[in-house]
Every structure is written in structure tokens, then in C-alpha cells.
Design a protein around this ligand. Structure first.
Ligand code: FES
Length: 224
């Protein structure tokens, strides 16, 4: 489907309204690139791969966390389509965020950050012997963190706790460290079990399920 679409895009502290002709299969990211190329050269957003694997284009579209490169305009109707930055990330401007808070939240020594394919000459597969392993399907996009409704208290967050659980699963020697991370005051007890993280994850990592597993292990340990 193609046709005229209205986008309402966060621009600093205000909003900009754009109308553009959506072409067949055009995504929200395509639309921002069109707008930047033709009308607003200083419009800020992040992207890299354009196919849902780098995690840099996470944003809120119509109030829901998503990857802009996978979000097709024809599924969103004529608009206005609301495009805004992820929550709980560092500020850059417009739709772009700084993911530093997400990376800083990850458990120390977990070793599951992905290596860049550019740095290493190709996609990095799990256990490829080059010092990095992929953390399951997580692309560190931050959608789960943004969608999490926990506010007003310290919380390591769904991405970090999911990573801790995955870490102990892959490396049994990390069990104690992962459970210690989960047992911190800002760990699983701070989770409200809303499962918004699992619904928001574009990769099916289901952080809520992993938090529940950590909680169960901590309870077992307390009872044992
Ligand atoms: S640009 Fe890489 S996930 Fe969207």
C-alpha cells in the first residue's frame, strides 16, 4: 500500500509534523531517512543494518517500542504516526538515544556483549572462538528497558537480568555471580512482573521469563 502519511516526530522538546508519500513497503526508518534527505538534514535518529539485527534503531512508534527498520508504514495507517525516542536511555536528541545506560546496567564479567561484524570481518556466531559470544538473540536495542513500567526505584532492568540468566545457563561457573546480581536490592525484587519487556522485545528473548527463572532459583536457594 502507498499513500500520503502524516508523521509526528519528536524534535528536541517539541514535535515536528511531516507529510510524505509512502512508497510500497516503506518503513518508519525509511521515512525518517527520506525526511532527512529532503527536508530536515539535522533530524537525528540512529540506524545501521536496516534489517533488524544491529539494534540501533529502537524507538517508540505510536507509543510502542519497536525497531524502526522493521515497522512498516502500511501497517500503521495514514497517521499521524507518532515517532519518539526510547525511554530511560541517555539523551542525544530527536529520536536518537545514547545506549550507555543500558550497557552500564549489564552484569560485570558476563561476556555476552556482541562483537561488531565490521570489527571482526563478519557476523559473530556463538562460540566462534574469537573471544565473543552472542547473547542469545538479544540485540541490545533497549526496547525492553524502555517498555518496563518500573519507575521511581533502582532497578537493574530486564536486559541486564535476562543477560545474567543467560550467562549462568551458558557458563555454570557463573551461577553464583548471576544469582548475586539478581539478589541485589535493584535485582529481581524490584521487578513488578508486568512482562512489558517480553512483549516489547523484537527478538523474542522474553526477559520477563528469565527474571521469573532467577526469582525461582533464589527462592529455591533460600528454602534449601
Ligand atoms: S537499523 Fe539495525 S536493527 Fe534497525
Amino acid at each position: 500500500m502507498s499513500g500520503l502519511v502524516t508523521l509526528r516526530v519528536a524534535r528536541g522538546a517539541s514535535w515536528a509534523l511531516y507529510e510524505l508519500e509512502a512508497t510500497e513497503g516503506m518503513t518508519v526508518l525509511d521515512a525518517l531517512e527520506t525526511l532527512r534527505g529532503s527536508r530536515d538534514p539535522d533530524l537525528r535518529y540512529r540506524h545501521s543494518c536496516h534489517h533488524g539485527s544491529c539494534g540501533t534503531c529502537g524507538a517508540r512508534v505510536n507509543g510502542k517500542e519497536t525497531l524502526m527498520c522493521l515497522e512498516r508504514l502500511d501497517a500503521l495507517g495514514p497517521g499521524p504516526v507518532l515517532v519518539e525516542p526510547l525511554r530511560k536511555m541517555g539523551a542525544v536528541g530527536d529520536v536518537a538515544v545514547d545506549p550507555s545506560p543500558l550497557f552500564a546496567s549489564l552484569p560485570e564479567g558476563s561476556g555476552y556483549l556482541r562483537a561488531s561484524g565490521l570489527e571482526h570481518g563478519g557476523p559473530v556466531e556463538e562460540g566462534d572462538g574469537r573471544g565473543y559470544r552472542r547473547f542469545e538473540a538479544c540485540i541490545e536495542c533497549g526496547c525492553c528497558v524502555s517498555a518496563c513500567p518500573v519507575e521511581g526505584k533502582a532497578f537493574s532492568g530486564p536486559a541486564a537480568l535476562a543477560m545474567a540468566d543467560r550467562d549462568r545457563e551458558e557458563r555454570p561457573e557463573r551461577e553464583a555471580a548471576a544469582l548475586a546480581f539478581a539478589a541485589r536490592p535493584d535485582g529481581v525484587e524490584a521487578c513488578d512482573s508486568a512482562f512489558a519487556c517480553s512483549r516489547a522485545c523484537p527478538q523474542g528473548v522474553a526477559p520477563g521469563r528469565r527474571i521469573r527463572r532467577l526469582k525461582a532459583s533464589l527462592e529455591d536457594r533460600a528454602e534449601g
